[in-house]
Design a protein around this ligand. Structure first.
Ligand code: UT7
Length: 335
């Protein structure tokens, strides 16, 4: 029988520095009331200048390995769109710092859907028998790519990292990862874009003043597609898992906006109380948002071993995805 991927450990890492809405409002033309009402965000964590995505990824991964009770994995996949450098990938260095030099390690870029894409990749490696245990990390530091003077993006994003360990197991045990669906629509490329700094528009001269080097988003368009795609793909994996909506204990959707998460739940006929929601404290942490929300829900007791969980994500590309799993008996570790 083919092995089933099983989630068996989870760790997170957050910068110490808390930036409140009031602190942003002291510098930008915004207000605590606007940000809370339109997004549900009250504060976010922001890295100091000495901390990069790879540092958060490393500590989150340490936590996940500790939570799994294992120091070894066969592969490392790091979902991020804010790597430490444009070249090389960040994952090999994270693996090296973890003492995992020699294992295959790579970055995966699917923006805010990155964690679900990485989980899908890890699950395929396990199902095929090509790997027995995999470290899946979602880490981003959007404070490094958002314009400090742009209220529309600066208010939304926060920095952080979350990681899980996936191992080979059986379909009947807690932690078993069930159906996963992924999708993309490149016609929406321009709705979420860092225009400059790639091969189409290389940075030249003074990169600090280069137009287009910051993250830009068409919020309303993204909002609409995010709700549609997350609800549809979550329903797809729910059906493939053979669950009804009433069976679903917890929806862990990408924390893009509290209104988006609630709209997805409403479309699916799920009560709001069954949504994991930590955006109030962390903002939108891109590829880190789903593992951070999982860890918070597990830590608070909202998620318990055996619970039926749906993950749903939407991000730039556009990309989206969803996964079904039963929650394992694990304790999230923060380092
Ligand atoms: O993680 C990847 C996926 N991302 C998402 O899913 C994000 C999806 N989009 C959203 O969450 C929302 O569209 C936003 C939170 C980004 C924006 O909320 P909105 O209700 O769609 O506002 P809007 O963009 O239509 O802007 C309405 C007004 C504009 O002013 P005018 O043009 O009407 O005068 C904005 O300039 O609100 C203004 N605005 C702000 N005002 C105060 C935008 N950001 C702010 C702000 N404070 N921080």
């Amino acid at each position: 029988m083919r092995p089933t991927p099983v989630l068996c450990g989870i760790g997170i890492s957050l910068p110490d520095r808390v930036v409140t809405n009031d602190e942003l409002a002291a510098r930008l033309d915004t207000s605590d009331d606007w940000i809370r009402t339109r997004t549900g965000i009250r504060e976010r964590r922001i890295v100091d200048p000495d901390t990069a995505t790879g540092d958060l990824a490393y500590t989150a991964a340490q936590g996940a390995l500790k939570s799994a009770g294992s120091a070894e994995v066969d592969l490392v996949i790091l979902a991020t769109t804010t790597p430490d450098h444009p070249c090389p990938a960040t994952a090999p260095h994270v693996a090296h710092r973890l003492g995992l030099s020699g294992v295959p390690a790579w970055d995966l870029g699917a923006v805010c859907s990155g964690f679900v894409y990485a989980l899908a990749s890890a699950s395929s490696f396990v199902r095929s028998g090509a790997a027995d245990s995999i470290l899946v990390i979602g880490a981003d530091t959007y404070s490094t790519i958002t314009d400090p003077d742009d209220r529309s993006t600066r208010a939304i994003f926060g920095d952080g990292a979350g990681a899980v360990v996936v191992r080979a197991g059986t379909a009947t045990e807690n932690g078993a990862i069930g159906p996963i669906t992924l999708g993309s629509d490149g016609s929406l490329k321009d709705t979420i874009l860092v225009d400059a700094g790639g091969s189409r528009r290389p940075l030249s001269g003074d990169c600090h003043t280069a137009d287009g080097r910051y993250f830009a988003m068409r919020g309303k368009t993204v909002f609409r597609h995010a709700v549609e795609r997350m609800a549809h793909s979550a329903e797809q994996v729910r059906d493939e898992a053979g669950w009804s909506t009433g069976d679903v204990d917890c929806l862990v959707a990408h924390q893009a906006n509290a209104r988006i998460v609630h709209a997805v739940a409403e479309r699916m006929g799920l009560p709001r109380e069954r949504c994991a929601l930590n955006i109030e404290r962390l903002g939108n942490t891109a590829a880190a948002s789903i593992p951070l929300a999982l860890a918070d829900a597990a830590g608070s007791g909202q998620l318990r071993a055996g619970n039926k969980v749906l993950l749903a994500a939407f991000g730039g590309g556009a990309t989206w995805g969803a996964a079904a799993l039963t929650w394992p008996d694990v304790t999230p570790v923060t380092i």
